[in-house]
Design a protein around this ligand. Structure first.
Ligand SMILES: Cc1cc2nc3c(=O)[nH]c(=O)nc-3n(C[C@H](O)[C@H](O)[C@H](O)COP(=O)(O)OP(=O)(O)OC[C@H]3O[C@@H](n4cnc5c(N)ncnc54)[C@H](O)[C@@H]3O)c2cc1C
Length: 458
């Protein structure tokens, strides 16, 4: 195994390697766990990632895109500010901490944050690339088969993230006429002179709309139409009390609510996570002003919020017709013509077929595996063997589960389960989410304290 300053990949041995924790996937979620575990040498761990090297949605990394959360929401800081894998440690090691400060970024460039995470992945000997997990079985330990070897582990952490989602009806289109936004950087050069429709009114759709209308004349599309189901192009709510939804105490409170109530609150709070950055909205508005009134650009840039795309049909002789239903005037059917459609329709949890051999032993809540307060799946296996799930329980833990806000906190809970040492909790929100006793203490806290005490007495 390498040391931090003398990097060497772990040697793959013929005999079975065994780890206390084995991580599947090395996106921000498992990378946070790998970073927090790095100083804890008693907990042997290995994280494998199928990609050849670290990437973070690179194929939709448009120049100028920024992070939608604070830089403190890095891999470690909110749960262990002394950890060597923080964003500030990265800036410092690279010798650019003063430059970063003086640059006075209102929002961190997304590429810089991606480079930071790539640095953290490369620096950590327990993270390895170009290896895919194919199968997990369990007897007294987890037996993991990858495309390169077999490994055993006491616990596993599943952090396989999400995969692009497009509506079922789009399947009738040939690949050259449509693509998911996650491929934008690979496809955007071929859009000059075409009629392009973007479907989806979140941050990704906004970034692509801005990029297309900002292209130089020679590479600009002939038309760009942007369709959103939302009533308008709404900003992300990044205000003070709203951010208290992204604190551990709210996560504990909301996870104890009945599932139907959780579903309602998640949908009511959607714009606290999935809205568009104010800076992007302003840039779009100013660009539209410039195109129309200053440049007198005759090309058409259409804004169609408040419509749901219900289907796509060939437009005889010329491209495609997107059929839409108006949210207010439901009897009205409109259609929008396009040569190329870009689906900014989001992501869904990635499939986890490699768990098929053990998944029948897991408890479920709707489509999700049911997790406890340490994100361990509830199952019929031994209590000291756990399958942790990261970014896979939005229904149980709400919107923070799928973004970076509570990444370090969630990973710290897993570290707590493995070591018996839980981080000192931060103070609760100024808001009293409830005064009802059962909600004041997160479920399992008493058991956790007991476990920690037992570990300390060993
Ligand atoms: C464009 C974009 C921008 C975003 N920006 C922000 C933001 O500014 N702020 C914010 O809070 N959130 C943001 N998010 C949301 C969230 O932070 C990201 O989606 C984040 O990448 C989730 O991390 P993850 O580790 O759970 O999943 P992923 O990043 O999807 O990582 C999962 C990894 O698992 C690997 N994997 C899958 N199956 C296997 C297997 N069988 N074997 C080995 N490896 C496997 C995959 O290759 C992948 O690398 C953004 C999302 C997108 C799409």
């Amino acid at each position: 195994m390498k040391t931090v300053n003398n990097y060497k990949r772990p040697v793959i041995k013929k005999s079975l390697e065994h780890y206390t924790l084995f991580g599947i996937g090395a996106g921000p979620a498992n990378l946070s766990l790998a970073s927090l575990l790095h100083p804890k040498t008693a907990i042997s761990n290995l994280f494998v990632e199928q990609k050849k090297s670290f990437t973070w949605h690179d194929d939709q990394l448009i120049d100028g895109a920024t992070l939608q959360v604070s830089l403190f929401k890095d891999l470690v800081t909110l749960s262990d500010p002394t950890n060597p894998f923080s964003f500030l440690a990265y800036l410092h090691e690279k010798g650019r901490i003063y430059h970063f400060l003086n640059a006075q970024f209102d929002e961190v460039p997304r590429r810089e944050f991606r480079n930071y995470m790539a640095w953290a992945a490369k620096k950590n000997p327990n993270v390895t690339f170009a290896e895919r997990v194919l199968e997990v079985e369990f007897d007294t330990v987890f037996r993991i088969r990858t495309d390169r070897r077999e490994i055993t582990a006491d616990n596993i952490s599943v952090g396989v993230g999400t995969q692009p989602w497009v509506p079922e009806f789009a399947r009738c289109m040939p690949a050259q006429d449509h693509f998911h936004i996650s491929q934008y950087m690979l496809r955007n050069d071929s859009l000059a002179g075409k009629r392009v429709a973007i479907v989806g009114g979140g941050q990704s759709g906004a970034e692509v709309f801005l990029d297309l209308i900002s292209k130089p004349h020679a590479s600009k599309p002939a038309q760009v139409n942007w369709i959103s189901r939302r009533r308008n192009y709404f900003p992300i709510d990044n205000s003070t009390f709203t951010n208290d939804f992204y604190m551990p105490c709210y996560s504990n409170y909301s996870s104890a609510l009945p599932s139907a109530v959780r579903e309602q609150t998640t949908s009511a709070h959607l714009l606290t996570s999935d809205g568009i950055s104010e800076s992007t909205l302003k840039a779009i508005y100013q660009k539209l002003y410039y195109c129309r009134f200053v440049d007198e650009d005759t090309r058409h840039f259409g804004l169609f919020p408040n419509r749901c795309v219900t289907g796509v049909v060939p437009n005889p002789g010329r491209g495609w017709k997107l059929e839409t239903e108006h949210n207010d005037l439901t009897h009205i059917r409109e259609s929008i013509n396009a040569d190329v459609v870009i689906w900014a329709t989001g992501f869904k949890p990635a499939p986890k077929q490699f768990l098929d051999g053990i998944a029948h032993r897991f408890k479920r809540e709707n489509a999700e595996y049911l997790v406890d307060e340490d994100f361990a799946v509830q199952w019929d296996g031994p209590a000291d063997r756990a399958v942790f799930v990261q970014n896979g329980v939005r229904g149980q833990r709400g919107l923070p589960d799928v973004n970076l806000s509570l990444n370090a906190w969630r990973a710290q809970r897993i570290v707590g389960r493995l070591t018996g040492q839980y981080a000192a909790p931060q103070g609760c929100s100024f808001i009293d989410w409830t005064r009802q006793q059962p909600f004041l203490q997160p479920a399992g806290q008493v058991e956790r304290k007991a476990r920690a005490l037992k570990a300390a007495l060993k």
